[in-house]
Design a protein around this ligand. Structure first.
Ligand SMILES: CC(=O)[C@@H](O)[C@H](O)COP(=O)(O)O
Ligand SMILES: NCC(=O)COP(=O)(O)O
Length: 256
C-alpha cells in the first residue's frame, strides 16, 4: 500500500533570537521582525518556547507574534512548554494553532526527553481536553518509542513531536541508519495509533533531508538553534530558503 506523504511544514523557532535580544536593554534583534521575515520568506509557521525563567522568549514576544500572525492566517503558531508550569496561561490567552507539551523542568538546560505513559497520563488528560475545547491542536513531545504512541493517543493528543536529538547526534556516523530506523518505526506506530507526526530538536541543513525522506507522514518540523546560527551567516530569507530546499530534497527522495 502506498503511504501518502504530506508536505512537511517548516516552523521556525525564534527562541535564540530572543536570547540575544535579552543580553541588552535595546530591543534588538527584534523577535517579531525575525518572525515576519521568516514568514515573508515562506516559512509555514513560527514556534516559541516561553520557559518559566524567561531566559529567551518572554510573554510580550508571545503576544506580539500572535498579533503578527493575525495578518498571516495561512501560517501556524506553535507554543511549546510544560502545561503543569506556565504554558496553559499562554494557550488560554492566545489560542495558538498548536500547543506542544514538553515535560521540561523549570531550570532545564534544554529539552532532552519526552512524556512517558502511563505515568504521565492522568495529569495530561484534563490539560489536553482543555486545549482541544479551546480549538487548539495538541502535540506531545515524545521519544521515538513505538510502544509509547498508543498512550499518547489515549490521552487525546492530536500529534506527537518526535524528539530528534539522538538522530541528529548520530547523523554522519555509522549509527545514523539504526537511529533513523527507530524514528521510522515510531512514526509508523504513531500513524497506526491515529496520530499526526511533528519532529524537532537539533535538526539542521545537514541532517534534515534524510529525516524528511525516511519518516512517513511527517507534517511539521520545528527548527530553531541551527536555523538561527545559519541566519546569522545567510540572513533570515536565505536561511528559510535553504531549509525549504532541504525539505524539498527529502520530499523528492521519499519512498513511494
Ligand atoms: C522542545 C524542543 O526541543 C525545543 O523546541 C525547545 O524549544 C528548545 O528549547 P531551547 O531553545 O530553550 O533550547
Ligand atoms: N521543537 C523543536 C524546536 O522548536 C526547535 O528545536 P531546536 O532546533 O532549537 O533544537
Amino acid at each position: 500500500m502506498t503511504t501518502v506523504h504530506p508536505r512537511t511544514a517548516l516552523s521556525i523557532n525564534v527562541n535564540k533570537v530572543a536570547l540575544v535580544r535579552n543580553t541588552r536593554h535595546l530591543g534588538i534583534p527584534s523577535v517579531t521582525r525575525a518572525a515576519l521575515l521568516c514568514l515573508q520568506a515562506g516559512a509555514q509557521g513560527i514556534t516559541v518556547h516561553p520557559r518559566p525563567d524567561a531566559r529567551h522568549i518572554r510573554a510580550g514576544d508571545v503576544h506580539e507574534i500572535a498579533e503578527l500572525l493575525k495578518q498571516w492566517p495561512q501560517a501556524e503558531f506553535n507554543i511549546e512548554g510544560n502545561p503543569t508550569q506556565n504554558l496553559m496561561d499562554f494557550i488560554r490567552q492566545v489560542r495558538p494553532s498548536q500547543a506542544t507539551f514538553v515535560p521540561d523542568s523549570e531550570d532545564q538546560f534544554t529539552s532532552d526527553h519526552g512524556w512517558s505513559f502511563p505515568q504521565d497520563a492522568d495529569r495530561l488528560l484534563p490539560l489536553i481536553a482543555e486545549c482541544r475545547a479551546l480549538g487548539v491542536r495538541v502535540s506531545l513531545f515524545m521519544d521515538p518509542v513505538p510502544a509509547q504512541m498508543a498512550g499518547a493517543r489515549a490521552v487525546g493528543a492530536d500529534r506527537v513531536e518526535l524528539y530528534t536529538e539522538p538522530y541528529a547526534a548520530a547523523w554522519g556516523t555509522p549509527e545514523q541508519g539504526a537511529q533513523l530506523r527507530r524514528y521510522v518505526g515510531a512514526a509508523q506506530a504513531a500513524l497506526d495509533a491515529g496520530l499526526g507526526i511533528n519532529a524537532g530538536h537539533d535538526l539542521n541543513q545537514d541532517n534534515l533531508a534524510d529525516f524528511v525522506a525516511a519518516v512517513p507522514g511527517l507534517l511539521e518540523v520545528s527548527i530553531g538553534h541551527a536555523f538561527v546560527a545559519d541566519a546569522l551567516e545567510l540572513g533570515y530569507e536565505d536561511a528559510v530558503r535553504a531549509y525549504q530546499r532541504c525539505i524539498d530534497q527529502g520530499m523528492s527522495e521519499r519512498a513511494i
